[in-house]
Design a protein around this ligand. Structure first.
Ligand code: SF4
Length: 335
């Protein structure tokens, strides 16, 4: 079996074939496993092929989705080594660390776009993003339907016509959240990020290079295995770093001496929205909010007391960084 695998030539499926037949380039899991183990040089070569292929297929109507984080910084560098004029697009959600915004200001040819609503409006109207997009969605659907059968499905995965399902069901360990005394929703990412990018794509007809990796989350892994790096049908995009790892990213940054945001030197491993609670339950101590209390105390106070994340985190049994003294002495503190 091993020898058989080594003989497999991982050729890229011709783009036209994919486009013509409206199918996605499915990647078997063992193939991804092999790719993840390859050398950085191999990955760079393959990524470059993917970049050129997408650029060509889109007739140069492309942009780089740039968040100011290390992954999209590497992506920007790789794409611009081949096509120096490709525009970077950054959606300023107002949710990033100041170090990210400062870093972005120093970059050339970055277009800044903005969402229509603020995070406060989103959490008040729709709810907080907790655990993961999938779980928040399932909880929101459960709470906002009066249909008995749909409720049963969200809790137990049972559908009359389709039998037992897993996708879209609230995992048992998070079922307690259906009674949470605050709203929960997965709408935040759509409103704060997806819609502004959609609007940009509609206006320019440019399609994105995105710096996500299959190992980032289960959702991204599934998406990559089902659709591959370059997607030319429905939600057109290129994810040419899909088979990279976090180590590859740092090696590439060091090898090429690429400037990156200072937030990483303050102990943060991932950037993104500072108020977000997605994935927080998986973090070891000190978690993102405890760390924020140390390096950005003002922002931390805003999160805990103005956005009331304190209450949400406490309900979920997670460390918010708030202690008795904070509650007693901080002005504006709501219990
Ligand atoms: S990452 Fe979290 S806070 Fe940021 S837009 Fe998405 S859900 Fe909202």
């Amino acid at each position: 079996m091993g020898a058989e695998r080594n003989m497999i030539d991982y050729k890229i499926t011709p783009v036209n074939k994919i486009e013509k037949e409206h199918i996605f380039e499915k990647i078997p899991y063992f193939m991804l496993e092999d790719w993840l183990k390859q050398s950085l040089e191999w990955k760079i070569k393959r990524t470059n092929i993917r970049i050129k292929e997408f650029y060509k297929e889109m007739d140069g109507k492309v942009y780089i989705s740039f968040s100011g984080g290390k992954d999209s910084t590497v992506l920007l560098n790789l794409v611009r080594k081949i096509y120096p004029d490709v525009e970077g697009v950054y959606v300023n959600t107002g949710l990033e660390y100041p170090e990210i915004n400062n870093f972005i200001k120093k970059m050339d040819n970055i277009k800044v776009i903005r969402p229509k609503k603020s995070f406060v409006e989103v959490i008040n109207k729709y709810g907080y993003p907790v655990i993961s997009k999938v779980v928040s969605h399932a909880i929101n659907r459960y709470r906002n339907t009066s249909n008995k059968e749909n409720k049963q499905f969200r809790l137990y995965g049972w559908k009359k016509d389709r039998g037992k399902l897993v996708l879209g069901v609230i995992p048992r360990k998070y079922a307690y959240l259906i009674n949470a005394p605050f709203k929960i929703s997965d709408q935040c990412c759509d409103i704060m990020k997806k819609y502004p990018f959609k609007k940009y794509v509609k206006e320019t007809n440019n399609y994105p290079f995105i710096g996500t990796m299959a190992t980032d989350s289960n959702l991204r892994l599934r998406n990559f295995l089902e659709r591959g790096c370059n997607v030319y049908y429905k939600n057109i995009q290129s994810r040419p770093l899909s088979f990279w790892t976090q180590d590859d990213i740092w090696r590439y940054i060091r090898m090429n001496d690429i400037p990156y945001s200072k937030i990483y030197d303050m102990g943060e491993k991932h950037t993104g929205c500072i108020f977000c609670m997605f994935g927080c339950h998986l973090e070891e101590h000190p978690n993102r909010f405890r760390r924020m209390k140390t390096h950005h105390p003002e922002l931390w106070r805003y999160c805990m007391y103005k956005l009331n994340l304190k209450r949400v985190l406490r309900y979920m049994g997670l460390d918010s960084g708030v202690n008795i003294l904070d509650d007693c002495f901080l002005k504006g503190g709501k219990q």
